[in-house]
Design a protein around this ligand. Sequence first.
Ligand code: GLA
Length: 434
Amino acid sequence: MVKRTPKTDGLYIPPLDPEGRKRHDGGRFPQSGRRHMPIGKAEISAPFAERLGQSPRWVVRAPGRVNLIGEHTDYNDGFVLPLAIDRAVWIALRPREDRIVSVYSIDYEQACEFSLDELVTPAIKPRPSVAPPSATDGRGFVSGWIEYLKGTAWSLQEAGHRLRGWEGVLVGDVPRGAGLSSSAALEMAAARAMAAAGDLPWEPAEMAKLARRAENQWIGVNCGIMDQLISAAGRAGHALLIDCRSLQTEPVPLPPGTSVVVLDTSTRRGLVDSAYNERRRQCEEAARLLGVPALRDATIERLQRSAEKMNPVVLRRARHVIAENDRTLRAADAMRRGDAVELGRLMHQSHRSLRDDYEVSSDALNAMVECALARRSCFGARMTGAGFGGCAVALVRAEAADDFVRGTAAAYQHKTGHSPAVYVCQAADGVEMM
Ligand code: GLA
């Protein structure tokens, strides 16, 4: 069995998950300033062969993501501008004659299986991390990863797809709980694996919708479409402008001479789900008061005209969403022109709006963004993802990226006492069969 050895050189030791087990990223959590070695096909084919005695029939890869701009707009039918990153969930598999899905997780050192015939429509379930154990590895350790595969299979079957059993191994290097969409990557990898084994047609947007349904209804997290769709449809070297109403996507190139840097505050906040759902409700209320189907259809002028009949908190939430949609479209324009300065300016505005109007930032995220913006090589920085903890993203001059990474990590550590993980990431392709 090929075991991956966590690198702990004193810079950063990966935290344990609540069960005291290794994280989903299995110790691959990046070290500030180091070049990341993405997982390759060989790295999953070898453990597959060791367990199952032959080469896998298929190998699939589904990436995580970082969002450049367009935050908390997806569930308002708005625009987002994420990129798929060079960290992904991989599954190597072969078909089975029966209707069992049997998977070994390298990161959790845990085998789980389920029958495609046992997936009954769930009532909204609690999150897997707090759900009663669905599987153990014989030593009493439990984890919820298999629920993402079950939920995806359930969703595909609900949509009328006829699935077949398969067996394989699973590995990933998307940091879990960091706001880089490790769950969406797992769902999309599962969807691709199910589609390969069942010989289903692969239509990225349709599959992303089914994976989101798994997240919403099986896992019980009420997310929008951004994470699954960028994992499905990302393009190397590009961000994707996504219209979350029509699901149309347009690849937009990163400005020449720039690098995208992920800045993980190494803080994680609980209660993100309830705050997220509260924001969604406030947005729906604002749309109702404005008489529009979704905040996507509102303008700042219309909001100003209705300001008096709105609760001030709801007003600020709506102001963020309406302005953020506008910023996202302008950011895509700036990228088409190769204008890194304008893109960076819009990212900074986005951060201020998320901090002050949407109130989903945190002291650690604000500190990280300030440390990043203090460096001359930085065009712009902002929190990314749902917020409250996790990661910020920065756009920096490529030639100074290594220096930016070291300087920002050191400044943040000095300011907050937290050990961050700061690293350059590459814009990668979406789901692939390797
Ligand atoms: C989470 C959700 C996404 C999106 C972002 C905020 O990542 O999964 O659908 O709403 O938060 O932009």
